[in-house]
Ligand binder design. Sequence first.
Ligand code: HEM
Ligand SMILES: *[C@@H]1O[C@H](CO)[C@@H](O)[C@H](O)[C@H]1NC(C)=O
Ligand SMILES: *[C@@H]1O[C@H](CO)[C@@H](O)[C@H](O)[C@H]1NC(C)=O
Ligand SMILES: *[C@@H]1O[C@H](CO)[C@@H](O)[C@H](O)[C@H]1NC(C)=O
Ligand SMILES: *[C@@H]1O[C@H](CO)[C@@H](O)[C@H](O)[C@H]1NC(C)=O
Ligand SMILES: CC(=O)N[C@H]1CO[C@H](CO)[C@@H](O)[C@@H]1O
Length: 325
Amino acid sequence: MKLIIILMIFFFVFPLTLGELTVGFYGFTCPQAESIVSEVVQSYYQNDNTIVAALLRLHYHDCIVDGCDASILIDPTKNRTSEKDAEANKTLRGFDLIDDAKSVLEEECPETVSCADIIAIATRDAVALANGKVYRVLTGRRDGLISNASKALLIPGPFVNVSQALKFFNSKGLTLEDMVTLIGAHTVGCSKCSFFQNRLSSFNNGEIDPTMDPNLDAMLVKKCGSFFNPIGNKTCVFLDQQTPFEFDNGFYNQIVENRGILEIDQQLALDPSSSDLVWSYARDNLRFWDNFEIAMRKMGSIGVLVGNEGEIRRNCRAFNFPLSY
Ligand code: HEM
Ligand SMILES: *[C@@H]1O[C@H](CO)[C@@H](O)[C@H](O)[C@H]1NC(C)=O
Ligand SMILES: *[C@@H]1O[C@H](CO)[C@@H](O)[C@H](O)[C@H]1NC(C)=O
Ligand SMILES: *[C@@H]1O[C@H](CO)[C@@H](O)[C@H](O)[C@H]1NC(C)=O
Ligand SMILES: *[C@@H]1O[C@H](CO)[C@@H](O)[C@H](O)[C@H]1NC(C)=O
Ligand SMILES: CC(=O)N[C@H]1CO[C@H](CO)[C@@H](O)[C@@H]1O
């Protein structure tokens, strides 16, 4: 009897599903939710396969800043900044796709599917289209009520070393293994020259970063110049030079050959704490895929709002009640 009362109190205080994301959260409330998102992703992908990279990076930034709550989507207003104001984080893309998916969903299932879940579902679909692993995505997130520009500034940039980057990932509950695995997303997408120009040699000044393959340096100097003599500030260089549109372990194969573009990417292969895992992914694509699914699930659960927390935004770019913020 006593036990039953204790159990009842336990379930009252911690309702079983509340704290948890689930597969197929919209199964009853909007069964077509995932296929609607999937169709929008496919139509974007047909015109522009770089959408895969855009969505992966968007999902990462959304989750890593202060939880997967679509705070990354909020537009700044006259009297309020938002995460979008953070520098470099200004190169995020994919917002139009989320808007398109949201507007179809609002017609079919009004105020039901969160923007935070749309990002997660769309990212899963994008990875699948890039011939990556088709994984089951967890849903049930709700949208946040805060978008804080200064928090977005704390995301590690490409010049940090492995232990600095790890400190930040640890603070979000992610391990070294999660970090090494998630950065494997750099197997798709590109970087502006300014994020690695300091590593490049050029005619009059600067020395090549000794960790960079000189052939890669020569190629990059043609595209980007050097730190002291930059050119091509619109150029975007593939982070995986071999197969930039395939979601595979190509990124790891590049960095073990000293062909990493970003400093942090190259350091992952060289730092003793991460190099074994990098080499194992370079040899074993399936191991990378399996761990990527696990790590994405962890990343996708950071700081999520569930139950009655937050809201279901009607427009992903604005809070439902803007006056409250
Ligand atoms: C310490 C961790 C990380 C650092 C320092 C970092 C840094 C960067 C930088 C500087 C760029 C180039 C951005 C630009 O030129 O616009 C980039 C691109 C990208 N990052 Fe990361 N990143 C990190 C982790 C991650 C993670 C965990 C993911 C995903 C799970 C991710 C996904 C991407 C993707 C897909 C791109 C290409 C974006 C595009 O082509 O539009 N990154 N990253
Ligand atoms: C800015 O804040 C003021 C005071 O809280 C509010 O009255 C006004 O509507 C806000 N403007 C916008 C564009 O959100
Ligand atoms: C925004 O984030 C910064 C840094 O974490 C914090 O100091 C500040 O209080 C936050 N502002 C709001 C409005 O939450
Ligand atoms: C990483 O960077 C931090 C801060 O700059 C520094 O204190 C630390 O010694 C560096 N670690 C390694 C292994 O280089
Ligand atoms: C590079 O970008 C800066 C600022 O964005 C601009 O002023 C400059 O003209 C650009 N340089 C070239 C060569 O495009
Ligand atoms: C990931 C990334 O590029 N983060 C940047 C966000 O903006 C701040 C401020 O400019 C940079 O320091 C970060 O590197």
